[in-house]
Design a protein around this ligand. Structure first.
Ligand SMILES: [Zn+2]
Length: 73
C-alpha cells in the first residue's frame, strides 16, 4: 500500500486511513503526510519530499538537446 500523499510504501498496520466526504479513501504513512494534505491542503506535486514531486520534476527535466541553462530569475 502506498501513502496517498508522499507515495512511499506503508507497512501494513501502520497506515492511517482517512475517508473524505465524497467517500474517497486515503492512506497516510505518517501524521506529517496527513497534515500536509488535509490541514495544509498542499498538493503532493508541490511538496519536495514526495514521490509525485520527483516524478513531476523528472518529466519537466526531460533532456532537451543537451544544453543546460542555469536559472537566473
Ligand atoms: Zn506519506
Amino acid at each position: 500500500m502506498e501513502c496517498s500523499f508522499c507515495g512511499e510504501q506503508i507497512e501494513p498496520g501502520t497506515e492511517t486511513m482517512y475517508v473524505t466526504k465524497r467517500g474517497k479513501i486515503s492512506y497516510f504513512c505518517s501524521s506529517k503526510c496527513e497534515k500536509n494534505m488535509l490541514k495544509l491542503k498542499r498538493k503532493s506535486r508541490k511538496v519536495k519530499w514526495t514521490q509525485a514531486y520527483r516524478e513531476e520534476k523528472a518529466i519537466r527535466m526531460k533532456p532537451k538537446s543537451g544544453s543546460k541553462k542555469s536559472k537566473s530569475k
